[in-house]
Design a protein around this ligand. Structure first.
Ligand code: PLP
Length: 294
């Protein structure tokens, strides 16, 4: 069931604060906490972050909080009071106790329709075991996302680049991958450029360089990716951003899908074709990601 904290002061905006209530308070995750009128439930209208916790330390917390605020801004939601959210996340981490790996999810919805007050909560629980994906790798298929690479600029109302609660499409893409005998997906723009996974960022290795598509392609600013680039600096590898086509993926030395909970999952098969990956580098990358204490 994990640990749940409901946020009474999701935004610094006074109208968002439940009068007389503490900034946040622990609640029973086994009991109903959300109104059926909440826009989280009725429209998936809100934003979230999933933060990895390793040995009691929330990883890349500053980056997650920055992205949380950025997503809220893209959705024209009230700006989250990051000091309150940080304290609530740390409290949940603390209450989870000494687990080797956990994840904490922070959610802010537009609240009950017409109320004008966002709903917020933070829930933490033990992570599933990702050892197999991290060590043996995953099979991935490329799928057309159906949007051009410049969608963020041409159609900002599509909310590209925001981590919204509307993940039904992302889950549908993963089910399609499973139907095709794979584990995960790399989305391709309708005009042929490589983007990201439904719940992960893409990192490719070409020689002594790690590359990733840039966020101007309407993809998320990955926090794990940021840590992978820190790892690259430690390894003496170069890093950069690239617009890659699906065909070019086949020419890379290694591919990974990286994300907060699973860390780095090397790709052992792409669209049914087996691929190599640098397993030593992969082990060091995952060790680095597991060790992070900030
Ligand atoms: N891209 C998408 C669409 C995601 O949903 C996620 C994480 O859930 C990521 C990228 C990776 O982000 P992070 O490394 O911060 O978990």
């Amino acid at each position: 069931m994990g640990v749940l904290v409901m946020i009474n002061r999701p935004s610094a905006d006074a109208a968002a604060h439940r009068p007389g209530a503490p900034d946040f308070e622990e609640a029973d995750p086994a009991s109903p906490q959300l109104s059926v009128l909440d826009l989280a439930a009725t429209r998936g209208d809100g934003v979230f972050e999933t933060i990895a916790v390793g040995d009691g330390y929330p990883q890349a917390l500053d980056h997650h909080l920055r992205r949380f605020a950025s997503s809220a801004s893209i959705l024209d939601l009230p700006s989250p009071d990051l000091a309150v959210w940080r304290r609530a996340i740390l409290e949940v981490v603390d209450k989870l106790g000494p687990l080797p790996e956990a994840t904490v999810k922070a959610v802010m919805s537009r609240g009950i329709e017409g109320d004008g007050r966002p709903t917020g909560w933070v829930h933490g629980q033990q992570s599933p075991d990702h050892t197999r994906a991290r060590t043996e790798g995953i099979a991935v298929v490329t799928l057309d996302r159906g949007l051009r690479h410049d969608v963020e600029r041409t159609s900002p109302w599509l909310l590209a680049g925001a981590k919204t609660l509307s993940y039904a499409v992302n889950r549908a893409a993963i089910r399609e991958a499973v139907r095709r005998g794979a584990d995960d997906v790399i989305f391709i723009s309708s005009d042929g450029f490589v983007l990201e996974g439904p719940t992960s960022s893409l990192v490719v290795q070409r020689g002594d360089t790690l590359l990733t598509p840039g966020i101007e392609l309407g993809i998320l600013d990955g926090t794990t990716l940021g840590s992978v680039f820190d790892f690259a600096a430690e390894e003496g590898l170069r890093t950069g951003y690239a617009m890659l086509t699906a065909e070019q993926l086949g020419e890379m030395d290694s591919l990974w899908l990286v994300s907060s909970g699973r860390h780095a999952a090397p790709v052992h098969t792409l669209d049914g074709v087996p691929r190599p990956f640098d397993s030593e580098l992969n082990l060091r990358m995952n060790a680095f990601l597991s060790r992070r204490q900030e």
